[in-house]
Design a protein around this ligand. Structure first.
Ligand SMILES: Nc1nc2c(ncn2[C@@H]2O[C@H](COP(=O)(O)OP(=O)(O)OP(=O)(O)O)[C@@H](O)[C@H]2O)c(=O)[nH]1
Length: 464
């Protein structure tokens, strides 16, 4: 069996996206919103793997392998009232003070330091309940205080304590709603870069634009954006939950996408959205693998603001539904000519074939597809973040929010934290830029291979 994955969701955004993700994968596995199952499903012959994301007890009740953390009660209370007893109550933490982190990374980070033991107890208990634990996924926003600060603390602790386990994040960048967002984002980016293996990056500007342009929602809400994110998460984990011959472990997916350990930001594009989850999705004509492989290249479908001129280090398509092999081959020939690769990459579009859940609307026959790209076009978002950070920092604005006496930091004080975080981000940006040159391979330190995600080569449809 593929290894289990433990989900950590922190802060308002992390928990709201998480709620949508669990609702979506429950319905894909025939699990009711409260974790129970209807009697018809008990004796079904099933090919899906529920154990990766759920624990199941003798009464066929499913409990997500999830830890929910927030510093204010509102979102978690909503989740409790919407999902009844779905989540393990021992895995839900709401800060006793209840006031949130006030958009301060330092407040979230410091809170996690003080509650380290409680948090690690939850993690260790979940790991004990796994047979072959593979890794963690963190869902959070990098812009507020809780998802960024507590998220950062978790990333450091997990990579220190479980260095052999994978840590993947689904990280949401803000649309400048929070004035100190650049500080929170840069401090969190340092941990994403140094303490995790892969980050699927979303930004609210891009998500809102997809919701309004592609789905024609006149004023998109978080609920709309979260459906887009959870559709990506569901597709990204489809081949683990409905396993076939290849890409049935997180390791195999990430080893394809992350050719060098320092460059692990991933951009997601998805098409077409169907009414399974996104109620505004048009009832589209039947789509084929051919349509999907070409349409998913459309820059307007990227869920993170990114430049049009970047080069790809790697590309993985996860195509879900019934496909014709000949469609795939024809589309790949065309798609390859439309993708710009770094000169040292294999220029392959790796292809994972997923399965549509048997529990979803059977009359929907569409093929859908997710493209995950490790691309230098992420530099647009990173440059914008750095420039906003530099502007705020040069004015010394709001720094007192981060320098209260009781905060403790790895490097002694917050100003060193800021300098180190900026330096880490700048180094990664330079490395992405350098990766566009053939000479990049000569510069890679062979010792760094130790941090590379490896697995025996997965079987690809397209190997050229
Ligand atoms: N896509 C999306 N973005 C969200 C959601 N909730 C909040 N955000 C964005 O996340 C950023 C703020 O992060 P939050 O998650 O609200 O904050 P937090 O981590 O709970 O931290 P505090 O509020 O400081 O305790 C802002 O950019 C919001 O626009 C959500 O449900 N979906």
């Amino acid at each position: 069996m593929p290894g289990e994955i433990i989900t950590l969701q922190a802060g308002q955004c992390g928990n709201q996206v998480g709620e949508q993700f669990w609702s979506q994968i429950c319905s894909e596995h025939g699990i009711l919103p409260d974790g129970t199952t209807s009697p018809e499903t008990h004796n079904l012959y099933r090919e899906d793997q529920t154990d990766i994301f759920f624990q199941r007890n003798d009464n066929n009740r499913y409990t997500p392998r999830a830890i929910l953390i927030d510093m204010e009660p509102r979102v978690i209370n909503n989740i409790r009232s919407n999902t009844g007893s779905l989540f393990n109550p021992k895995n839900i933490y709401v800060a006793p003070e209840g006031g949130g982190a006030g958009n301060k990374w330092a407040e979230g980070y410091h809170h996690a330091q003080r509650h380290e033991e409680e948090f690690l107890d939850m993690v260790n208990r979940e790991i004990d309940a796994c047979d072959s634990f593979e890794g963690f996924q963190l869902i959070h926003s990098v812009a507020g205080g809780t998802g960024s600060g507590i998220g950062s603390f978790f990333l450091q602790e997990l990579s220190d304590r479980f260095p052999k386990k994978l840590v993947q994040t689904y990280s949401v960048f803000g649309a400048s709603e929070v004035v100190v967002q650049p500080y929170n984002t840069v401090l969190t980016l340092k941990r994403l870069i140094e303490n995790s293996d892969a980050n699927v990056v979303f930004d609210n500007n891009a998500l809102m634009s997809i919701a309004s342009t592609n789905l024609q929602v006149s004023s998109p809400s978080y609920k709309d954006t979260n459906k887009l994110i959870s559709t990506v998460m569901s597709a990204a984990t489809n081949t683990l939950r409905f396993p076939g011959y290849s890409y049935n472990s997180l390791t195999s997916i990430l080893s394809t996408l992350i050719p060098t350990p320092d460059l692990h930001f991933l951009i997601a594009s998805y098409t077409p959205f169907t009414s399974d989850y996104v109620s505004n999705a048009h009832e589209i004509r039947r789509s084929t693998a051919y349509d999907v492989i070409l349409e998913v290249l459309d820059k307007k479908l990227r869920m993170c603001s990114s430049s049009d001129t970047g080069m790809n280090l790697s590309v993985l398509d996860i195509i879900i539904g019934e496909i014709e092999q000949s469609d795939v081959q024809k589309a790949l020939v065309k798609a390859r000519t439309r993708i710009n690769y770094v000169p040292w990459s294999s220029s392959a579009i790796h292809m994972a074939l997923g399965k549509r859940s048997p529990f979803l609307n059977k009359s929907q026959k569409q093929v859908s597809g997710l493209m995950l790209a490790n691309s230098t076009s992420i530099l647009k978002l990173l440059r914008k973040t750095l420039s906003e950070y530099d502007q705020l920092k040069s004015r010394g604005a709001f720094l007192n929010n981060y320098s209260r006496g009781e905060y403790e930091f790895d490097h002694g004080d917050i100003s060193m934290e800021f300098d180190e975080a900026r330096e880490t981000l700048k180094t990664t940006m330079n490395e992405y830029r350098d990766s566009e040159e053939l000479s990049y391979l000569d510069e890679i330190d062979p010792d760094e291979d130790a941090g590379q995600i490896t697995e025996s080569a997965p079987r690809d449809v397209d190997m050229t």
